[in-house]
Design a binder for this molecule. Structure first.
Ligand code: COA
Length: 629
């Protein structure tokens, strides 16, 4: 059977590619125009004033009128869907990531926080790093051989085969900054030489660690030897170069400009080329301070603690940056445009599963083989570049001060209890988030929940608009303490509405991607900005004050990310059978938000919904706790 490997056609029997070629996944459908417009109005009515809603209703009616502009755009979109693998992919990628000019740390790049490691001596962190690198190389071999097992959907509509494309970008892509739009560069052809090095960052210096020497892949002992050499080289103060990595933490337009300044020097061009073509980064971080709570570790993963800590020990454009802190604070930060958190989790779990709980498997001693020393990347820095670094450092420092994050492990119950109530755990947690937010802020807001579209070719995500009218009715009743029969009826209605929206979204029938597609087609047709997309309601609908995502893991770790608007929250959750990990973020600069307060309301909400369920279902929570799955 044919299989694509490194741009060549080769024969292989049990591979992902061969099955993929033979049974292509379905294409993402284009939803019906009227359905989307009706759903849009339904989603927005309770989030708008009556006056705003009436205006929007008129605009939407005109847009969707027979023979009107909506129908024209819909027919063009349908045409597009026939000619490309996924009609929304490019539109979505640009809109979600590449057009966004905000700095990557906190605003865009999520992090996975590993369990706290207990490194007794400095060499322990290097042993851990050597093991991680060796696992990443092994994983990359699976990717190159295209023999990763195919993923199948779990949970809602379980069993369907999922698109595997995102995995193949883990170690081969790079986000190149541009003045107006970034580019996601993916090394897919054999024209580009395969990268055979990783970049190790240590004390803000960057080192090239070749992982293939004399046609042999380095083993863990060799890797440890090389890492020890890197640490020694990084300690040499006379050789130290400015913290260039800080430039990648700047706004994207600013970084694109600084990069073109850097590119004037051939030394810098060579160094950039090595970084842009590497497999991944491994950042050997200095210890960051005594107290390492989950919250503190999440912060350090997201922004590195600024210049005074490890903020310069990063290169944010590269999709995979493994962080190994001397103090055991470890994790991975990812550039998000190439893949979703679920793919990141799968890869990271592969690496961690063989390490956690069996430290004896870690390499004990460095090898004695004579390996050429890793190379320090050189930078020629003019006074202009020094100024740009200082400016980027100042902005990162402001971000460090601004991030308000709170990681909370909710131990009262987990998804085992929720399943026992015959409710979808995801829908239930979304309702608790709605309740928590309403109690904190007294109003419902546009909410984003990522829904996977990997059932389709090149599928990424669409949005489950969790602030449904049914959720609003429920949270109001809970806050007004209506009688429990009424509240239970509303809870069930809200769970049903949320679950139905989820099913719509994962089958490609949600509204956000569709509206984006219509907007972009209008733009391509040079129709100017249409009323439909100029309307205040459309702007409100895209201001995701609550940006949520389920990122479940089977290894003890959690995901975190920042808010997507200045006055909003990022809320990531990891439901386990007997507990749920929440990671809630916001900005201190906003007077409207406070992560600790939101977490407090969320916890109260989770307890109240449990009490309501137990009261009306007549079940005792203590007993339920015993039945976890
Ligand atoms: N009664 C009992 N059990 C139920 C139930 C009910 N009424 N409804 C669902 N369940 C069970 C499911 O069967 C499933 O069981 P499992 O743990 O054995 O697999 C479990 O509860 C979880 O299902 P549910 O909570 O409904 O959600 P889900 O797992 O289908 O997830 C989404 C829903 C939207 C999160 C998921 O479809 C998705 O898209 N995930 C990707 C999100 C993403 O991309 N995140 C990263 C962004 S960077």
């Amino acid at each position: 059977m044919p299989n694509l490997e490194k741009g060549k056609l080769v024969m292989r029997s049990e591979s992902f590619s061969s099955r993929h070629v033979l049974q292509a996944l379905p294409k993402l459908p284009v939803p019906n125009l009227k359905d989307t417009l009706d759903r849009y109005l339904r989603c927005m009515k309770h989030l708008l004033t009556e006056e705003q809603f009436n205006k929007t209703q008129n605009i939407v009616m005109q847009f969707g009128a027979p023979g009107g502009v909506g129908e024209l755009l819909q027919s063009k979109l349908t045409e597009r869907s026939e000619n490309v693998a996924n009609w929304v992919y490019d539109y979505w990628l640009n809109d979600m990531y590449l057009n966004n000019r905000l700095a990557l740390p906190v605003n865009s790049s999520p992090a996975m926080v590993f369990p706290q490691q207990n490194f007794m001596a400095p060499i322990d962190s290097l042993r851990f790093a050597a093991h991680l690198i060796s696992g990443a190389l092994e994983y990359k071999t699976h990717l190159d051989d295209r023999d990763l097992p195919v993923d199948y959907a779990r949970g809602q509509l379980a069993g369907t085969r999922l698109c595997m494309e995102q995995y193949y970008r883990l170690f081969t892509s790079y986000r190149l900054p541009g003045p107006e739009r970034d580019t996601l560069v993916a090394q897919e052809s054999s024209v580009m030489p395969e990268p055979e090095h990783i970049i190790v960052a240590c004390k803000n210096q960057f080192f090239v660690l070749d992982v293939m020497i004399n046609f042999r892949q380095l083993n863990q002992r060799d890797l440890l030897t090389q890492l020890e050499k890197i640490v020694k080289m990084a300690d040499n103060e006379e050789e130290q170069l400015p913290p260039i990595g800080l430039l990648t933490s700047d706004g994207r337009t600013e970084w694109a400009e600084s990069r073109s300044v850097l590119m004037r020097e051939s030394t810098n061009r060579d160094s950039l080329d090595m970084i842009e073509r590497c497999l991944c980064l491994v950042c050997l971080d200095d210890a960051s301070g005594p107290e390492l709570s989950d919250t503190k570790r999440a912060m350090l993963m997201l922004h590195g603690g600024g210049l005074t800590k490890n903020g310069g020990n990063r290169w944010y454009d590269k999709p995979m940056q493994f962080i190994v802190g001397a103090d055991g604070c470890c994790g991975v930060v990812c550039e998000h445009s190439a893949f979703e958190g679920i793919v990141l989790v799968q890869c990271t779990e592969y690496l961690l599963k063989c390490m956690i709980g069996s430290p004896s498997k870690l390499v004990r001693a460095a090898s004695v083989s004579e390996l050429p020393a890793p190379r320090r990347l050189r930078w020629k820095c003019t006074p202009e570049i020094h100024k740009l670094i200082t400016s980027a450092a100042d902005k990162l420092q402001r971000m460090v001060k601004n991030l308000d994050i709170n990681v909370h492990k909710f131990h009262d119950y987990g998804k085992g209890f929720i399943k026992k109530q015959k409710m979808s755990p995801d829908a239930y947690i979304q309702l608790a988030l709605q309740l928590g937010f309403y109690r904190c802020h007294g109003r419902p807001v546009s909410t984003y929940e990522s829904a996977s579209l990997r059932r389709f070719q090149q599928g990424r995500v669409d949005n489950i608009r969790s602030a449904t009218p049914e959720a609003f009715a429920f949270v109001k009743a809970m806050t007004e303490r209506k009688n429990s029969t009424k509240m239970m009826e509303l809870l069930k209605g809200a769970i049903t509405a949320q679950t139905s929206y989820t099913r719509l979204a994962i089958t490609g029938m949600a509204i956000d991607n569709h509206l984006l597609g219509l907007r972009e087609i209008a733009h391509e047709m040079k129709m100017g900005k249409l009323e439909m997309f100029k309307d205040e309601a459309y702007l409100i609908s895209n201001q995701f004050i609550l940006s949520t995502s389920q990122v479940p893991t089977t290894v003890e770790m959690f995901c975190c990310y920042g808010p997507v608007v200045p006055n909003g929250y990022g809320a990531c959750y990891n439901p386990q059978s007997d507990h749920i990990i929440f990671s809630v973020s916001s900005f201190h600069e906003s007077e409207q938000t406070c992560s600790a307060e939101f977490v407090k309301c969320l916890v109260q909400g989770l307890r109240d919904v449990r009490d309501l369920s137990c009261q009306t279902n007549g079940s005792l929570f203590i007993a339920d706790q015993q039945v976890l799955e």
